[in-house]
Design a protein around this ligand. Structure first.
Ligand code: 6PG
Length: 228
């Protein structure tokens, strides 16, 4: 419902930044159902990805491939799907791929610098990994501190799959009307407790210039959360 609401609030070109991992899969499947797809003005909604695993476009581990096969390929015009390319001339070069995506985002945005009054995205979906990473921004990695770049290559991942990544940086992800974290399941409880305790972790540092929302199910919620 939040995705649909954000779309309906913008009468012009809508930009949604999707995420990878298992958390958004159910959402992607729901968007393909009649109840939701009939409410999406597909011609004017553009779909981006917040981070990508450096595997080929058709690989089951490719984040955009998951979104494509769950709903985008069926309903979104091909020109509205904006993947991070992982099959550039040199397939082992996530930096080159990051530079290409950065130029694509800048040209769609129409400027080289992000203006807080004019967010890049309407909605940015996010997840949190077991080490507190979000997108492919891992704790202690230099990519975290990069504020001048919109998109960066990450040579090594902290968690499986251990392939290089390409990721939007915190200011780029944060340039949105809404950043929406989806966190579910008991195995997320430990890391969510650390993030909510204010530990310096990428997921806790990620903030929207607009609203930042954490949607958490009961199983993932830290004990005594309401009592804090
Ligand atoms: C990725 C994701 C990543 C993900 C978290 C949570 O490429 O893996 O974009 O940041 O959101 O790791 O993953 P799960 O939803 O699988 O727990």
């Amino acid at each position: 419902e939040r995705v649909i609401t954000r779309i309906s609030e913008n009468p012009g070109r809508v930009a949604i930044c999707l995420t990878g991992g298992s958390s958004p899969r159910h959402l992607y499947q729901l968007l393909a159902t009649e109840a939701y797809r009939s409410r999406i003005p597909w011609k004017r909604v553009h779909w981006f990805i917040g981070d990508e695993r450096f595997v080929l476009a058709g690989d089951p581990l490719n984040n955009m491939n998951v979104a494509r096969s769950s709903f985008l390929n069926q309903f979104a015009p091909a020109a509205n799907i904006h993947p991070i390319l992982t099959s550039t001339a040199d397939p082992a070069d996530p930096d080159r791929s990051a530079a290409l995506y950065e130029s694509e985002l800048k040209s769609l945005y129409g400027a080289d610098a992000l203006d807080p009054a004019r967010p890049l995205f309407d909605l940015v979906l996010m997840g949190v990994g077991p080490d507190g990473h979000t997108a492919s921004l891992f704790p202690g990695y230099p990519a975290i501190g990069k504020t001048a770049r919109w998109v960066v290559g990450v040579p090594e991942a902290h968690v499986a799959p251990f392939v290089p990544r390409v990721t939007l940086t915190l200011p780029t992800l944060g340039s949105c009307r809404e950043m929406l974290f989806e966190v579910a399941g008991a195995d997320k409880r430990a890391i969510l407790t650390r993030v909510l305790d204010g530990e310096n972790l990428p997921a806790g540092r990620a903030r929207s210039t607009g609203e930042t929302i954490w949607l958490v199910d009961q199983a993932a919620l830290p004990e005594n959360f309401r009592g804090r």
